[in-house]
Ligand binder design. Structure first.
Ligand code: 5GP
Length: 186
């Protein structure tokens, strides 16, 4: 049986990668989204174990010590990591797995798994990115500034990914990512 493939989906905060991947797993079969662990606080509407495993710094360190993460990184003052077990289980079942993660973690995964496919999501422009980040209304100004600065650093890493998709109209971006995945299945 064919094993599943890892897709690393990265891009600056606010670019809309979350919306793209959620739509993708709704619309297409045999593709799952890995649920990460994080030490950041839940935003309004975020549900523990659905959007993230919201855990303490001590719990996060314990998982690192048990070698329980495929990768992990610090991002804007919080820790984020991909738990191993669920991902490996799905790959064994022939299900493709999307890791929606930032670039430091994305690069770790692509180094560890050379067969993984890295997809970078680009905003149509920096102005659009800032507008989306502000429109979310879930972060204070300091956090927005931090995320915008990090976004510029992240955008410089686009060439380390196998391909990129511009997130203009959402339906088109979903189709573009799906096309990459379906081509890899041929
Ligand atoms: P947010 O706080 O906006 O949910 O996520 C901040 C950043 O962390 C985003 O770029 C998101 O893709 C990334 N992220 C989410 N989960 C993980 C993970 O498990 N590992 C890494 N390295 N980054 C993650």
């Amino acid at each position: 049986m064919r094993k599943g493939k890892i897709y690393v989906v990265s891009g600056p905060s606010g670019v809309g990668k979350g919306t793209i991947v959620r739509k993708l797993i709704e619309d297409y079969d045999n593709i799952a989204l890995s649920v990460s662990a994080t030490t950041r606080s839940p935003r309004t509407g975020e549900v523990d174990k659905v959007h993230y495993f919201f855990i303490t710094k001590d719990e996060f360190t314990e998982i690192i010590n048990k070698d329980g993460f495929i990768e992990y990184a610090e991002y804007c003052g919080n820790y984020y990591g991909t738990p191993k077990a669920a991902v490996y289980e799905k790959l064994e079942q022939g299900i493709d797995v999307i890791l929606e993660i930032e670039v430091q973690g994305g690069i770790q995964v692509m180094e560890k798994f050379p067969e993984a496919c890295g997809i970078f999501i680009l905003p149509p422009s920096m102005a659009v990115l800032e507008k989306r980040l502000r429109g979310r209304q879930s972060e204070d100004e300091e956090t927005i500034q931090k995320r915008l600065k990090t976004a510029k650093e992240e955008l410089s890493k686009v060439s380390m990914y196998d391909c990129f998709v511009v997130n203009g109209p959402i339906e088109k971006a979903v189709e573009d990512v799906a096309e990459i995945i379906l081509k890899n299945r041929e």
